[in-house]
Structures are given as C-alpha cells and as structure tokens.
Design a protein. Structure first.
Ligand code: NAG
Ligand code: NAG
Ligand code: NAG
Ligand code: NAG
Ligand code: NAG
Length: 704
C-alpha cells in the first residue's frame, strides 16, 4: 500500500477525514465530498509521471486547480483541497480520494479513467476446535505441512493484541521467509513495535481471529475454568501478519482495499478476511476486486459468509474466486450447576445466558453486570435466565444461564428467603455432544446475491463458541474468550488453507479450495447428514460441501482447477460492461471474447423460477486432474436432488498418470414443481481399489 501520508499512522488519516467532515458540517453551503474508490488504466500513465502514485497525485491536484471547481469558487472556505487517501497498485490499479460531484465528473473525462464508486462500510462478521477437526501431531495434515511452517497468513480485522500468549514465538524458526516484504509497523494505536516477534510480524489490534488461524501453543487456557485445553490455532507454526482495517467499529472499503493491497505487496500466502459487503455488484465490491488480484498471485483468500442467517440469499463474499466459509457448532457444550441455599440444584449453561428483568437486551445486561463487578469486587457473578444462546457472545464475567422454566424456582427462593445464597459450580465442559456439527442459526445462506450461479458458501467450519485469544480488558481479564460467528469459522479455514499451501506449494488457490471442498464431510458425528439449527437436514446453501476435514484435504485424489482467464470468461458471460470487467481483471492481457458461465467449480447449482413452464436441462462440463499417486480409476455415484434427473457422462474416469486430466459432463433436468423448496443431492467420484471419494454437492434452488 502506498499510503500517501506515509508517516501518519492510519488513525490520524481517519482523524483528518473526521475533522474534514466536521468542517463541512460547519459550513452551511457545503461542497459535499465523498470518498471515492477510483479505478484507472495504468497504460495511460504519462511518461512525465515517474510512479503510479505521482500520476494519481497530479490528477487529484489538477481536479483541485480546476478553475470551475467549487473549492476555487470560494464556496467552501474551511475545506482543504482534495488529496489522495490511498494509491493502490496490487489489489487494484487506482486510488481513493474525497471528491465533490463536480470533481468526479471532471475526473471521468480524464484519460485512463475506468470507473469510480463511493466508499462503503463493511460488515464485520463477529457476533478444542483442532481436536474436533481431527488435527493430530502424528499423522495427516499437521506433520505433512510441518504445522504451516513458513506460511504467512494475512489477517484483515480490527487488529491484534500482541501481548497475548498465543503469539509467543516458541518453536518458530528464526528466519522469517524471504518472501516477506512487510515490516512491523511503527507504533500504532496502543501498539509497540517491540511486541513483534518471529510469530507476529505485522501490526494492529483481530486477536481472536488471528489466534484461531495461527495461534501458537499455550498450555492450560480456559475461560473461568471451562474448556481447559492447550490453546492453539489451526496452523500453529505459520506467521501472522495482521492488517488493521477497522477503526471505531467501522470498516471502510477504502481501508480494506489498502489492507489487501499491502498484504499482497508483503508476500502473504493466505488472506483471512472476516468482513464483507452486502448487496454490491462484483465490480464494485472491494473484496471481489482485491481478491482477484490476490488469486492471480496465488494467494488464497478465505472469507466469512456473514451472520445474517437463517434466511436464504443473505450471504456476502459469494465471490467465484474466493473461499466462502459458513459457521457451525462444535461437539463441546458447556454447563454448570446452580445450587440454591435451600438445596435446590439446577443445571445451567454458561452461555445460554440472563436475568435482571426483561427491560434490557441480554448483551446490555451482561455489560451492566460486568460494570457492577468492577465497582463491587465482592460481586461474584450473575445468573441469567434465557432459553436462547443467540448473540450472547459478550459474556465477560462468571455467570450461569438457566432456562426460563427454572427461573420461577430461583426467583421464588430469592424473594422468600431472608438471606438467599447460591453457589455456582462452573467448569463442566461436556465433549462429544451429539449431533455435531449443526449449521449455526446465524450463518448466512446462499444463493449468493452477487452471483447466484455458483453454489455458495463453499464449506463450513466451527464458528460457535470458539475459545481463542482476546484483549484481556474485554474478557474479564482472562485473555481468552468464547466468541461465535463466521468471523470465527473463517480463520479455521484460513489456517487449513495455510497448512495445505505448506504441504502443496504448487497448488493454485482454486486447487486448494477444491481440495477442501471435495473432501468436506457432509455427515455429523451420528453419521447422518449434517442438520440445520432447526434439526432439519442442512442444505448446501447453509453448509456448502460440508464440514471442513483438514486431513482428508491433504490428499483429495482429484482436483477441479481454474485459472484467472477462466474467471474472466465467467465475468465476460455476465451482463457487465468492458470497464466493469476491467475494474476487476485490471489487465487488457485477458481475452474478454470467450465468455463461459460454466466455471470448473467443484459444486453445482441450478435455479428455477415461476416463469418456467416446462422442465429445463442444464449441462455442466468439468475437468478433473488426478493428484493421487499414480494410475487410478473412478466410478460415479449420483444422488439426484428430489424432483430432478441427473446424468453424468461418462460414468467411469480412468487415469494412467499423476496430473492427467479427464472431463465429464453432468446434466440436470429440473422443473418448477418443487414448490419453492430447496432440494439437494451430490455427485461422488469413488475410487476403485482406493480410498478417495471426491464429492460435489448439487442444489436445485428457487431464484431468491
Ligand atoms: C467553466 O464553466 C464555464 C461556465 O459554466 C464554462 O463555459 C467553461 O467551459 C468551464 N471551464 C472548464 C475548464 O470546464
Ligand atoms: C493451570 O491453571 C491453574 C488455574 O489457574 C493453575 O493453578 C495451574 O498451576 C496451571 N497449570 C499449569 C501447568 O500452568
Ligand atoms: C487445567 O488442566 C491442567 C492440566 O490438565 C491442570 O493442571 C489445571 O489445574 C486445570 N485448570 C483448571 C482451572 O481446571
Ligand atoms: C423461550 O422462552 C420463552 C419464555 O418462556 C418462550 O415464550 C419461548 O417460546 C421460548 N423459546 C424457545 C425457542 O424455546
Ligand atoms: C479469445 O478467445 C476466443 C474464443 O476462445 C478466440 O477465438 C480468440 O482468438 C481469442 N483471442 C485472443 C487474442 O487470443
């Protein structure tokens, strides 16, 4: 990222914008400026400009000096001239700057202009996992990848709390990989550069998300005695580079773009992005644009599906070239026993949470209790009454949650006793809860509004009540907390992607995603299909291909690959203008004249609507690469979604060598007589005399 105001830490830039906006407010006749993200065609850069940054600065200068601009018309005395906010060169070609509408119109006439759109705010998807994922020191992905050694994960979030024990650098090799081009940032917001080490190699404050992806080993971690385990991330030996893109709870697209731009320049291998934008076309979605550049450079971008479930079509980051991660529950549940002074005992869950009268929302009640606890140290904890565990992820003091049906006993006892006492026995952590995983109620669902013809999300990872490092002051001083959300599931997938990249450095981002998807587990720990929060079977619109299965992903057998040109062919098949495609692809070197909506993707979706009068047949062509150890023969097994007829041709694929490619077609015949329901099935290529099952979900969904 070429930050133009280079020596100012980002908060100052934000401060300047804030002051600038205040200035505008004070001025009755405002020349309202908006921050725009501007895409430019670099081939128009004049010889006189030595760098792209110089070129962009001179453009903004020329807009300021335009005699007709409002600034010079003297209508806005307090406003400063427009200046560059960021010059981008890796994720996009272009810049961001605050411009008036007039300046924007003048800009559009300048040579090299491609497109511009207003800055947007992004949604942050926050609301014993390695054991549950069967990661194991003696066999599988951990040893094969050396725990993600020498992989750099770039985490875009609110920043990290570097003193956390999860970022200790015990056991890290001394040489930070030479591909790393970044630096430990100068002191940022409450951040001292001396806190960087061999583990944490870049600045900021996303402690929870980055320790989930790549936290180092810390013994004896617990939350008030629950889930007493050795805390570790999915890729404990990977380096973490955190890019702070969130200030005061707001994430602006321009900041997120700058974070991805910097991560690409710094040489990260995986970008973990637990935030996203809703309801934007791909060519205006900074995550889509920046992740295209990352994909071209072989960087895997893993992103969160969002926490707006369980309605259909609520998902963000449904971008064809990224990994989109849904959230599920784990097989761990937490409980405690409440014993009243009269001897009555109740089973409590520490996270089903709340009491305190019903006037305040539960999270506010927790906050009140936490504040009271600071003021009255004697206050030991609280009992909350609730039968819902939704959005109760801010539990910051010892407490127990009892169900409403038990509440009367507690209230009666407290009211009728002169000196009511209670003991709460916490530290009861139950493992092997069944069924698990379940799709989390909050996880956002497909079809993807930005492109419904690719099945999204891609897969599911644990996201509910994940124990990971946090800033101690926000968690009752323990340094670890439970959190729920796709913000928590995304870094699990990022960690697995890092391990795969370490074990298979030659795999493309599409190959890594394919390996994770075709090996994902559609079954829960009762060996039935994974269920949704309401205990109906979960559709792939909630869980994608299923629960991530890291050890199987190491050795997927077959692979669905895709090149940057394949994605451009997909873009060319959409009703986008040339400039809209170029805003994403950024290069004339791509062939824009070979449109194809049939991307070589490891999943299938067809959409029906009320306009359909007869049944339709949609035919998909796929190419699979043999990444097993030699010759192999696969036979197809198709489970057609209810109401459809599915045919794969041929039914057998024979490979003589490793890396050989074979193609097949899948025809799906479907009507609209499914009554608005989503139905689903799968196509599985089963290896004969081998142990690979290469599975892709098939969905028939109404248009949302
Ligand atoms: C400035 O505005 C005047 C009147 O609106 C117009 O005639 C003139 O062409 C404009 N000049 C430029 C440089 O846009
Ligand atoms: C683990 O934590 C408990 C409670 O805080 C403490 O008493 C014990 O010494 C710790 N054990 C280790 C091995 O650090
Ligand atoms: C957590 O487990 C460790 C090792 O099993 C034990 O020493 C410690 O006392 C436990 N801590 C708590 C708080 O139960
Ligand atoms: C939760 O408790 C309330 C009050 O007792 C009840 O009305 C509601 O139906 C319960 N919800 C569920 C999902 O059990
Ligand atoms: C672009 O693709 C089309 C269709 O595949 C092909 O006919 C054309 O020759 C390609 N153009 C270039 C410049 O490669």
């Amino acid at each position: 990222m070429d930050t133009v105001i280079q020596r100012l830490p980002l908060p100052y830039i934000f401060f300047i914008i804030a002051c600038f906006l205040l200035g505008l407010l004070e001025n009755a006749v405002s020349t309202e400026r908006t921050t725009y993200i501007v895409h430019m065609d670099k081939s128009f850069k004049p010889e006189s400009s030595t760098t792209h940054k110089h070129w962009y600065s001179s453009i903004v200068d020329s807009l300021n000096s335009d005699k007709n601009s409002s600034f010079h018309a003297g209508r806005s005395l307090t406003a400063t001239p427009s200046s560059l906010l960021y010059a981008y060169d890796h994720a996009v070609h272009g810049f961001s700057a605050s411009l008036s509408l007039e300046q924007l119109e003048n800009l559009k006439n300048l040579p090299g202009f491609v497109s511009a759109y207003g800055d947007k705010t992004l949604t942050v998807d926050t609301s014993h996992t390695t054991d549950f994922l069967s990661l194991n020191p003696s066999t599988g992905l951990w040893p094969a990848s050396n725990y993600g050694e020498d992989i750099i994960i770039g985490v875009l979030h609110s920043g990290v709390w570097p003193e956390s024990e999860s970022f200790n650098d015990n056991g890290m090799t001394a040489n930070i990989p030479s591909k790393w081009k970044g630096t430990c940032a100068e002191a940022g917001q409450d951040f001292d550069a001396s806190l960087c080490n061999l583990k944490l190699i870049e600045d900021g404050h996303g402690t929870h998300t980055s320790s989930t992806a790549a936290g180092n080993y810390v013994d004896n971690v617990s939350f008030f005695g629950y889930a007493n385990v050795t805390a570790r991330g999915v890729a404990p030996r990977s380096r973490v580079a955190v890019y702070k893109v969130m200030w005061d709870d707001n994430v602006y697209a321009s900041d997120a773009l700058a974070g991805i731009d910097q991560a690409i320049a710094d040489g990260v291998d995986v970008i973990s992005m637990s935030l996203g934008l809703d309801n934007l076309p791909l060519y205006e979605d900074p995550v889509a644009i920046a992740s295209f550049a990352a994909m071209e450079k072989g960087v895997v971008l893993s992103s969160s599906a969002g926490n707006d479930g369980p309605g259909l079509g609520t998902l963000h980051n449904g971008i064809p070239w990224v990994l989109t991660v849904a959230a599920g529950t784990m097989d761990r549940s937490l409980a405690g026993t409440v014993t009243l002074g009269n001897g009555l005992t109740l089973v409590a869950s520490p996270h089903g949470v709340i009491i305190c009268g019903e006037t305040l929302p539960v999270p506010k009640q927790i906050k009140r209790v936490t504040q009271a606890k600071l003021a009255v140290p004697k206050l030991a904890g609280a009992i909350f009454i609730s039968n819902s565990t939704r959005r109760l992820n801010k539990f910051t003091c010892p407490g127990a949650v009892i169900s409403p049906k038990d509440a009367y006993d507690v209230i009666n006892y407290v009211e009728s006793s002169e000196n009511p006492t209670v003991s709460i026995k916490l530290q009861e952590t139950f493992l092997s809860t069944k069924p698990a995983p379940l799709a989390a109620v909050y996880t956002s669902r497909g079809p993807s509004p930005s492109y419904p013809n690719i099945l999204k999300p891609d897969l599911m990872a644990p996201g509910t009540l994940v124990l990971a490092a946090t800033v101690p002051s926000t968690a009752g001083g323990v340094g670890y907390a439970f959190k729920s959300g796709t913000s928590m599931s995304c870094p699990h997938a990022s960690g697995v992607a890092a391990l795969l990249k370490s074990a298979h450095p030659e795999w493309s981002p599409a190959a890594i995603r394919s390996a994770m998807m075709t090996t994902a587990n559609p079954l829960d720990n009762t060996q039935n299909l994974i269920r949704d929060h309401d205990l109906e079977f979960a559709s792939p619109l909630a869980i994608g291909s299923g629960q991530i299965d890291p050890n199987r992903a190491l050795d997927p057998g077959l692979m669905y690959d895709a090149t940057p040109q394949d994605y451009v062919n997909l873009l060319s098949s959409m009703s986008f203008t040339r400039n809209q495609i170029l805003a994403i692809a950024r290069s004339e070197a791509y062939n824009l004249s070979s449109p194809s909506s049939d991307l070589n993707y490891p999943s299938f979706i067809v959409l029906y609507d009320d306009q359909m009068t007869a049944s339709r047949v949609q035919k998909f062509e796929r190419v699979v690469t043999n990444v097993g150890d030699g010759a192999a023969k696969y036979k197809v097994s198709v489970t057609a979604p209810e109401g459809s007829e599915d045919t794969a041709i041929p039914e057998t694929l024979v490979f003589l060598n490793k890396y050989e490619k074979q193609s097949y077609s899948l025809s799906i015949k479907y009507g609209r007589d499914i009554g608005g329901r989503v139905s689903f099935g799968a196509i599985v290529w089963v290896e004969e005399n081998g142990n690979h099952n290469v599975r892709s979900p098939i969905v028939v969904s109404p248009v949302i």
